[in-house]
Write a protein that binds this ligand. Structure first.
Ligand SMILES: Cc1cc2nc3c(=O)[nH]c(=O)nc-3n(C[C@H](O)[C@H](O)[C@H](O)COP(=O)(O)OP(=O)(O)OC[C@H]3O[C@@H](n4cnc5c(N)ncnc54)[C@H](O)[C@@H]3O)c2cc1C
Length: 407
């Protein structure tokens, strides 16, 4: 058998690569090696409907398990890859197997940051949310009346807070920065989500630094803040961001920063090794960026398959992202990195609006809350390189469709 394309990490990027590889009828055999027990699955529902108990396990799977064997895709689940020897085109699994590859695709994703044990991170009752296994551990604890403390006011923490409220838990959320979503959004977006969660009964503490979690006999019972305040908690969800899984690539000598560095075709510093999804970082507008989104993982995986099939492709996709909290659908298009001002466009009612981000006159990105039209037309406006004046955008009478058509 010809040496295969080997993929390490059975997630979103891997599934996207395989779908395109199959659609193009590319002849090279593919072997998918993943450390989890499941075929590639969607992670977004984990902090949404799946945590709520409204989605069956199989509905998470991007393709049913049998589809892979029907397409002759080799599968190794429950198999962690421990090392790569690029000079020999081979890798080693944790169970001692050596696998040879022709081309290697690293789709190792990212891991949830943990609180150190010295801060109580290993107490019974402390969770992170990244995988089906995490939900299996956590979901039985999400019972009405229990006190949940969420550490970190990013999208995953806020989504989990919304689900926990729907399940009847008492929820307190701690954010160390001055405001929730500070790292990723303008104050106007933070204000919107703070108000939304408070309306639903979430206690939000901003500029609140956790000193340590408190436990007795290994079991969590609360948290102590730098202010000296003690908060009671039956369970804690740590949502303080993620780190790219780059250890394998680093040990193999590949160029890495906060991700595995790739070029416009997702090739690493070794021409026979590619990386896609959360684990990769790349250059865009003179900045090195790393994205944790379905869009990025799916588009990069797809691109590698096209590139290996001989297509002349380059990664230029416009980033987009979404989040669901209560009845709010947030849709984001573009990247707001480097913005120096933003403007709010009012929506049809109190629960809808959009925030438009600018660097000087250049429109960079849009956060649209219950505003599918702002998202859809805004997306076209950004794609067309049109830079409407902020006053135009802020005026609800401005016809976005006309703007998108350049009128
Ligand atoms: C709770 C949650 C909610 C999210 N919500 C949204 C959302 O609303 N919108 C959005 O756009 N994005 C969302 N995301 C982000 C999105 O799911 C990720 O960006 C996407 O899954 C990344 O795909 P990936 O293929 O890079 O990595 P993953 O899908 O994470 O897959 C990586 C796989 O590699 C495996 N692996 C790692 N190292 C090894 C090794 N050495 N050997 C074998 N296997 C290995 C991992 O165990 C994992 O199974 C969410 C993520 C989470 C966790």
């Amino acid at each position: 058998m010809a040496c295969p394309i080997v993929i390490v990490g059975a997630g979103q990027a891997a599934a996207s690569f395989i779908s395109r590889h199959v659609a193009l009828a590319s002849p090279q055999p593919v072997l998918l090696v993943g450390e989890e027990s499941h075929p590639p699955y969607q992670r977004p529902p984990l902090s949404k409907k799946y945590l709520l108990g409204q989605l069956e396990l199989e509905r998470l799977f991007i393709r049913p398990l049998k589809w892979y064997s029907e397409q002759n895709i080799g599968l190794r689940f429950d198999t962690r890859v421990d090392s790569i020897q690029p000079d020999h085109h081979q890798l080693q699994t944790a169970n001692g197997e050596t696998i040879e590859y022709d081309k290697l695709l690293l789709c190792t994703g990212s891991s949830a940051r943990q609180l150190p044990a010295s801060m109580g991170g290993s107490l019974d009752g402390v969770f992170t949310l990244r995988s089906i296994a995490d939900i299996d551990r956590m979901a039985p604890e999400f019972q009405s009346g229990r006190k949940l403390l969420i550490v970190g006011g990013g999208y995953i923490g806020l989504e989990a807070a919304a689900i926990a409220r729907q399940l009847g838990l008492e929820v307190t959320l701690l954010e160390m920065a001055e405001r929730i979503l500070q790292r990723v959004a303008a104050a106007a977006t933070s204000d919107y989500f703070r108000a939304l969660h408070r309306e639903h009964g979430v206690q939000i503490h901003e500029s609140a630094r956790l000193t340590r979690l408190l436990g007795k006999n290994g079991k969590l019972y609360g948290a102590e803040l730098a202010s000296g305040e003690v908060i009671d908690a039956d369970l804690v969800l740590v949502g303080i961001g993620g780190n790219a899984n780059i250890e394998l690539a680093q040990a193999a000598g590949l160029d890495c920063e906060n991700g595995i560095r790739v070029n416009q075709v997702c090739q690493t510093s070794n021409p026979d090794i590619y990386a896609a999804g959360d684990c990769s970082c790349f250059e865009r507008n003179n900045q090195t960026i790393r994205l944790e989104s379905v869009q990025n993982a799916a588009d990069q995986g797809d691109l590698v398959a096209r590139h290996l099939a001989g297509e002349d492709v380059h990664y230029t996709a416009l980033p987009w992202f979404w989040s669901d909290q209560y009845d709010c659908k947030l849709q984001i298009v573009g990247l707001n990195h480097g913005h120096n001002h933003s403007v709010i466009r009012p929506g049809a009612n109190d629960s809808s609006r959009s925030v438009w981000y600018y660097r000087d006159e250049e429109l960079l990105a849009i956060d649209a809350m219950n505003e599918p039209k702002s998202y859809a037309f805004g997306r076209k406006i950004i794609e067309a390189g049109i830079n409407p004046a902020p006053q135009q955008v802020a005026d609800p009478a401005t016809d976005l469709k006309a703007l998108a058509l350049g009128r």
